[in-house]
Design a protein. Sequence first.
Length: 68
Amino acid sequence: MVDETATPKEVAAYLHTTEAGLAQMRYRGVGPKFVKVGPRKVIYRWADVRAYLDANTCTRTDDPRGVA
């Protein structure tokens, strides 16, 4: 089960962003789904990160997200 989850640091590196940028995505509700495992601890499921990437894959620059 540990291999199925990732820390915000791991996900931020995978998505080529910062941990602060990932935190903003969580706050705005626009990033991958996450799991709160305590009052201040967050983890991600790799399946959710992949689903986020799939949902935001585009074939053209003027495609709306999720249409590809």
